[in-house]
Ligand binder design. Sequence first.
Ligand code: PGA
Length: 253
Amino acid sequence: MRQKIVAGNWKSHKTLNEAIQLCSEVVSIAQAEVDSRVQIVLSPPYPYLERLSHLLQGQSVGLAAQNCSAYDQGAYTGEVTASMLQSVGAAYVILGHSERRKIFMESDSDVLAKTERALNSGLQVILCCGEPLDIRENGTHLSYVQHQLEQSLSKLPAEQGINLVVAYEPVWAIGTGKNAIPEQISEMHTHIYQLIKSHWGEVANTLPILYGGSCKPSNAAEIFACDHVDGGLIGGASLVARDFIDISKSFKW
Ligand code: PGA
């Protein structure tokens, strides 16, 4: 069975006090309301990870970083290594997000280097993929996403599949209020599932595939009911505890 996961990507939002408050709200409402089969993950900015990891001690809510260095420790001013993240309590790291690829020029090989560092440091990787609007419009979205993912899948051993989560996030749906429709989501998630299966066989039946891009309480149930959708990577709606929890309650069992 594939784990259901709802991960909140806070991006560059919140002060420390606001982050603590949001985290505390999510934990207390989640305990009362969210099915224990759903793994909730919070991904605050780097400086808040350690503080939040203390707040989350003994809780079932997981902690993710939003990026990590492609290098091990050394003379890399400004970089944060995967082992540092692991040492302050992060269990996951989001890699290959379209904002990193587009604004910070990360290539598929950068994403692979980071993924290898993260996996070797014992982090679980939420590996993002997704096509921009022009690719969707010219109809080559399946091969575009396949190429993105194959850069990693073909280089990693199948055993690492248990530490991987894939997040499909069409770039045109991120932060736009315009989510992909169920047919588009089912088509892509089925394609990703089959791709994982062709590389890694049975691993495909345990590797969660999340959808991200304007997922909110009003559309989460419809999105989570699509083929091979095991949850969501949530941006804007994860900044409000009530909305994030309502999304986490949108699975049909
Ligand atoms: P959004 O962002 O939910 O605000 O569209 C999703 C993401 O970037 O992970």
